[in-house]
Design a protein around this ligand. Structure first.
Ligand code: S3P
Length: 196
């Protein structure tokens, strides 16, 4: 019986996902990685391993600037590792060093979502410190974050995927199709992506 080798096993490509909190970076990234047979890494997860507590607690005790320093080190490290898919934190693009590391060393996909869609998806979220600290109006907070960051995501990314309300399955297919068209990963020989 033959061994099935995933289409991109062995590729040195790094595919990274940027976008607002709640845009689906981790979920879509994990599925894209699985489909390509590549490891998946999540910078927030690596940061939490490093700081030894939740990002929320770290924000509270050390402040945002200290968090951004750790994030910058982690982004620098993951963009030097060959062959994987990486989901970044929503604020990673705030530092120019991160924009450059992502843009120069990886193929960046921006999962774009409107503040209204994000507010709907995040209405029960209690983990994201930037959305907790506000005047009780998450939509207003998301609108102002989006206004500041949308140009930064666009500047960093090679592809922009409008997420709207499609399923994870179709988002994963859109990302894979863009990567194939750009020649970043080989064209899949088999049928489309199985339902996640
Ligand atoms: C942040 C987003 C979070 C996390 C941290 C800061 C931000 O990641 O990195 O709470 O500035 O938008 P997600 O985008 O995965 O929520």
């Amino acid at each position: 019986m033959g061994v099935t080798v995933p289409p991109s096993a062995g590729t040195r490509a790094i595919i990274s996902l940027v976008g607002m909190p709640g845009s689906g970076k981790s979920t879509v990234g994990r599925h894209v990685a699985r489909h390509l047979g590549l490891p998946f890494v999540d910078t927030d997860h690596l940061i939490e391993q490093r700081i030894g507590c939740s990002i929320r607690d770290y924000f509270e005790t050390q402040g945002e600037a200290a968090f951004r320093d750790v994030e910058q080190v982690v982004v620098d490290e993951v963009t030097r590792m060959a062959g994987h898919v990486v989901a970044t934190g929503g604020g990673a693009v705030l530092r120019e060093a991160n924009q450059l590391a992502l843009r120069d060393r990886t193929t960046v996909v921006y999962l774009r979502a409107t503040p209204e869609d994000l507010a709907r998806r995040l209405r029960h979220d209690t983990h994201r410190p930037l959305l907790q600290r506000n005047d009780g109006d998450p939509l207003r907070r998301l609108r102002s974050l989006f206004q500041e960051r949308d140009p930064l995501y666009r500047r960093t990314a090679l592809f922009v995927i409008e997420t709207g309300r499609p399923s994870v399955h179709s988002l994963v297919n859109m990302v894979l199709m863009q990567l194939e068209l750009a020649g970043v990963v080989p064209v899949a020989a088999g049928p489309g992506v199985p339902h996640p």
